[in-house]
Design a protein around this ligand. Structure first.
Ligand code: K1U
Ligand code: ZN
Length: 167
């Protein structure tokens, strides 16, 4: 397995719309395993392929305390969403920034697993928030885009400065 480089905001590649996965093959399973290793090492509770510069509809998530409930969603689609919840979000592509975002409290999702088989699942709380955050990445959207233009500009300036200092 391998640790992958995570793109940092405001990298334009984070705004790429990911294409559907055509075939769930060995290469896809290896990428999913590398993404899971990268997410656990970061550490984080989710990672979208977009963030590692692979523009396909693949996400990994593990919101469990013990880090033993890895969920791999291929071609995820939100079928239903309801309720509203405000939660502080972070993002491995926007290091050090945590801001409140309003999202649906409950989602029903269809996806394919690592065996290529379609399945449906329901999610609430942090899992529902994380699924919406990761699917946004596949649609080229970073969570800071829910914030005011002023906040987005401040975050952009701060991160560009940080990235220059670590070059
Ligand atoms: O997509 C990402 O960049 C991953 C992101 C997922 C996420 C977190 C919180 C709300 C919505 C989506 C993260 O994992 S940020 C890091 C984080 O939340 C965390 C880090 C260490 C321990 C526990 C959580
Ligand atoms: Zn993110």
């Amino acid at each position: 397995m391998a640790l992958l480089k995570i793109l940092q905001y405001p990298d334009k590649r984070l705004h790429t719309i990911a294409r559907p996965v055509a075939a769930v093959d060995e290469e896809m399973r290896r990428l999913a395993a590398d993404m899971a290793e990268t997410m656990y090492a970061a550490p984080g509770v989710g990672l979208a392929a977009t963030q590692v510069d692979r523009h396909i509809r693949l996400i990994v998530i593990d919101v469990s305390e013990d880090k033993n409930s890895l969920l791999t969603l291929i071609n995820p689609v939100i079928l239903e969403k309801d309720g509203e919840v405000v939660h502080e979000e972070g993002c491995l592509s926007v290091p050090g920034i945590y801001e409140k975002v309003t999202r649906a409290e409950h989602v029903r999702v269809r996806a394919q697993g690592l065996d290529g088989q379609p399945f449906e699942m329901e999610a609430r709380d942090l899992l529902a928030i994380c699924i919406q955050h990761e699917i946004d990445h596949l649609d080229g959207k970073v969570f800071v885009e829910y914030l005011s233009r002023l906040k987005q500009d401040r975050i952009r300036t701060k991160l560009v400065k940080q990235q220059r200092e670590t070059m």
